[in-house]
Ligand binder design. Structure first.
Ligand code: HCB
Length: 213
């Protein structure tokens, strides 16, 4: 069942077992299990658990790296199937997204962008450690509906404010909606810096971007 597969995927990420994660994901595809739930309630749950243990000092950085590799291996197995689901949808508009300057955490951003693609948006991936000026240039170049940033650290989250400021300085803040996300980011933070959309997870991002489209 879904719960069993999610639990096994969570455990396999926590065991840093790339091959087992891949096997479980392949099994899930055959069993026609809900892939989004597998990513959020299985793989991500395992990744978060490892993150918590890293925070508590019971696991170390190599463990976090190993778990993120296992998670990415699973997401790689699931992505083609996810993309195939959304293949025939007419484009709802463009979304530019990237992980902010100084921050190399890309797993969450990649999940969000995959889900947005499936939902029918054209997505421009700016990658990670993206300079604020690059977001501004991308808004000028692609004229997107939404520009999204991901920040996983309290130290890099503050730079999301600069996206707001530099878009204003360039005179193009009104032409685009801004979206913020990442583990330390909250609705309060979005309100404080004047960002239009806060998304707690990939599903929330899809719901809110759909509402804006
Ligand atoms: Co990293 N790291 N890390 N890390 N890391 C965190 C983020 C800490 C919270 C861990 C901790 O100390 N408790 C911490 C940050 C503390 C702080 O806030 N100041 C931390 C640190 C300190 C660091 C280093 C500095 C460690 C070091 O070198 N000493 C270093 C950073 C280097 C740098 O960025 N300059 C580092 C490195 C790494 C890696 C490379 C080992 C690895 C990243 C691999 C990669 O992404 N390619 C990593 C990981 C994996 C984590 C944790 C464990 C998990 C992050 C993750 O992938 N979660 C994280 C602990 C945690 O977050 N609790 C830890 C799973 C994804 C699916 O969730 O929240 O990213 P998500 O995304 C969600 C959601 O937020 C939302 O949707 C996604 C899908 O549902 N969303 C958006 C995300 N972005 C969005 C954008 C939008 O516009 C909308 C929605």
């Amino acid at each position: 069942t879904q719960d069993e597969i999610n639990a096994r995927a969570k455990a396999a990420v926590m065991d840093f077992d790339d091959e087992l994660v891949e096997e479980i994901c392949e099994e899930a595809l055959e069993a026609k299990i809900d892939i989004v739930s597998l990513i959020q309630d299985g793989l991500t749950a395992g990744m978060n658990e490892v993150g918590d243990q890293f925070e508590q000092g019971t696991l170390f950085l190599p463990h976090v790296i190993a778990a993120s590799e296992a998670m990415s291996a699973g997401v790689a197995v699931l992505t083609p199937a996810l993309e195939a689901e959304g293949g025939s949808v007419k484009s709802k508009g463009t979304i530019v997204i990237g992980t902010i300057e100084g921050d190399i955490h890309s797993i969450g951003k990649d999940i969000v962008l995959t889900m947005l693609k499936i939902a029918g948006f054209k997505v421009v991936d700016l990658g990670r450690d993206v300079a604020i000026a690059t977001y501004v240039d991308a808004v000028k170049e692609h004229k997107p509906l939404i520009v999204g940033s991901s920040a996983l650290m309290t130290t890099t989250m503050v730079l999301q404010m600069q996206i707001e400021e530099q878009l204003k300085e360039a005179g193009i803040r009104d032409t685009v909606l801004t979206m913020v996300g990442g583990a330390p980011v909250t609705q309060d933070w979005a309100d404080k810096i004047g960002s239009d959309i806060y998304a707690e997870n990939a599903t929330d991002a899809v719901v809110k971007c759909n509402a804006a489209a």
